[in-house]
Design a protein around this ligand. Structure first.
Ligand code: HEC
Length: 201
């Protein structure tokens, strides 16, 4: 028994040894990911390419200098094309988008559009009981933040590009990446803020 335990410990040490050494560089990690990822269907190799904004975070382990982060956030915010007029779409459609994780997988048709998969990270609506918790709860968001022009603008731009407020946010940039359309984002604004939305009941 003792020998078996020693052997197991020895093996574990051997397997783990290369990992304890110097941390691989950004370039080494990219090389490994590119080596191991296999393009299939609509999931092409470009899925692995980080834009410069993401690179700033990855290279700095999500802790870039505060003044650098602030400057890039302001830049990102200014670059968001915010439609004029009301940003409040149709909450019924927004609910569908929030609770759909479809559209981006290799075997799906990109022409059919994508969902937002918001439920993977957020609690939204008291009626739904299964959700992830990486992001804060958005339940009754409109009750807490109101549904006026400022609240609409904040939610629209946050969904469009979460990095405009928090450079190293884990939240996908749904507008910047073209994952969701302008109308889909407006519908999500309504799902979160509209007093008639089940999210605010
Ligand atoms: C991979 C996880 C993830 C997904 C998917 C995700 N979010 Fe987020 N979201 C976060 C995290 C983490 C935060 C908090 C940190 C931050 O502000 O960036 C956040 C913050 C927010 C906020 C700001 C909350 C506040 O209190 O100001 C809103 C609004 C929001 N998300 C909406 C959405 C919507 C709508 C979707 C779907 C289209 C979505 N999120 C999808 C992770 C996610």
């Amino acid at each position: 028994m003792k020998t078996k335990l020693m052997l197991a410990a020895g093996l574990a040490a051997l397997v783990l040894a290369p990992m304890v050494g110097a941390e691989p560089s950004y370039e080494e990690v990219q090389m490994i990911i590119h080596r191991d990822f296999k393009a299939k269907g609509q999931a092409k190799m470009d899925r692995l390419d980080q834009d410069v904004v993401q690179q700033v975070c990855t290279r700095a382990h999500d802790k870039p200098p505060a003044d650098v982060a602030k400057a890039i956030e302001a830049d990102q915010l200014a670059a968001i094309p915010v439609p004029s007029g009301s940003l409040m779409g149709d909450w019924k459609k927004g609910a569908k988008t929030a609770w759909s994780g479809k559209g981006m997988q290799w075997n799906e048709d990109p022409k059919k559009g994508a969902g937002g998969g918001c439920y993977n990270c957020h609690e939204i609506s008291a009626q739904r009981t299964s959700f992830g918790t990486i992001g804060p709860s958005l339940k009754a968001f409109g009750k807490k933040r109101g549904h006026g022009a400022d609240a609409q603008r904040y939610v629209y731009t946050k969904i469009y590009n979460a990095k405009a407020y928090n450079l190293c946010s884990n939240m996908p940039r749904f507008g910047t990446t073209g994952t969701l359309t302008e109308q889909q984002i407006k519908d999500l604004v309504a799902y979160l803020l509209d007093p008639n939305s089940p999210n605010n009941k």
